[in-house]
Design a protein around this ligand. Structure first.
Ligand SMILES: [Ca+2]
Ligand SMILES: [Ca+2]
Length: 306
């Protein structure tokens, strides 16, 4: 019996807060709660990363290996590697990555989504092994304005969560848990903030965060690009004039740590360069970012950067 029934499996293995979100709605499915494709499910190149996620992490939603280095996009994204730059494989271990996305043009779903991806490495893997290896699950929100306070995310969560698993030959069991949040407008009221997820997989604690901030183009998350360098990428594709329709402004920022305190670690932008990323168009104002500061509760290490 390889195809285990998902809901009892989750009820047995996950923390109470997780169960509270999922069991009553029985919304764990490969489509959104209303049966239509959602920002969590449209996956054009079938690489286990929804299109909306590929926008945010700057991978190509039409190519399962964006940089052609034989390491799948999913693996490079879940381990916060360099999916846009050829790199050597990292050790195959348990990994978890949190990603927040905005509404997708391909979907009528207007909500913001929180996606938690796992690569679970367990011996003798079978369908259902991914979920059963995940022993606890917790998410919260932190703001530099309220140092040290963890706000539970339950108040921001909507119905219609999505759960998927995929068994791979060499890269373990891939797990996608996508949870719809409130509208972008409501989320904007609590910015800047960092959303966190912490899970325990086979006894190992994994933590991942997403720093969210307001930009002139909308809510953006700080995405690791190359070691020490980051991009503020909007949660959703933005409308820009032709010939850059469907494009975005990508400006790669080099951050150096300045201070660390109760509100988090503060970084200064010491360099800012335009780089090609998909067909994205960099803003001419990119160099103006030099001198900006950003404060991240927990620091960049936990949002996937070095
Ligand atoms: Ca994809
Ligand atoms: Ca690759």
């Amino acid at each position: 019996m390889h195809r285990k029934h998902i809901v009892p499996l989750i009820a047995a293995g996950f923390a109470a807060s997780f169960v509270a979100w999922f069991v009553p709605s029985k919304a764990v499915a490969a489509v959104g709660g209303n049966g239509t494709p959602s920002a969590a499910t449209v996956d054009t190149d079938d690489d286990f990363l929804p299109d909306a996620v590929e926008w945010v992490v700057l991978t190509n939603s039409n190519n399962p290996d964006t940089d052609g280095d034989q390491i799948p996009d999913f693996v490079e994204v879940v381990e916060a590697g360099q999916p846009r730059h050829e790199s050597w494989p990292l050790p195959r271990d348990q990994q978890m990555r949190l990603i927040v996305t905005g509404p997708s043009p391909a979907s009528p779903d207007p909500r913001t989504w929180m996606h938690v991806f796992h690569r679970v490495m367990t011996p003798g893997m079978a369908q259902g092994e991914g979920a059963s290896a995940i022993q606890s699950f917790e998410t919260w929100l932190e703001s530099p304005a309220w140092p040290g306070v963890r706000f539970p995310l339950n108040a921001f969560v909507g119905a219609g969560a999505v759960y998927r698993e995929r068994i791979t030959v060499k890269e373990g069991v891939w797990v996608q848990l996508s949870i719809p949040l409130v509208s972008e407008a409501i989320l904007a009221a609590v910015l800047p903030c960092t959303i966190w997820a912490e899970t325990t997989v086979d006894g190992e604690s994994l933590m991942s965060g997403v720093n969210l901030t307001n930009t002139p183009s909308g809510i953006a998350s700080l995405v690791p690009y190359t070691p020490g360098r980051y991009v503020f990428q909007t949660l959703k594709p933005i409308a820009v004039p032709l010939p850059f329709a469907g494009s975005n402004q990508v400006c790669v920022l080099e951050l150096t740590e300045q201070t660390s305190g109760p509100a988090g670690t503060t970084y200064q932008v010491v360099d800012a360069d335009c780089e090609d990323a998909n067909e994205l168009e960099c803003s001419v104002s990119c160099p103006n970012s030099i001198g900006w500061t950003v404060t991240i509760p927990g620091g960049t290490e936990l949002i996937g950067g070095q």
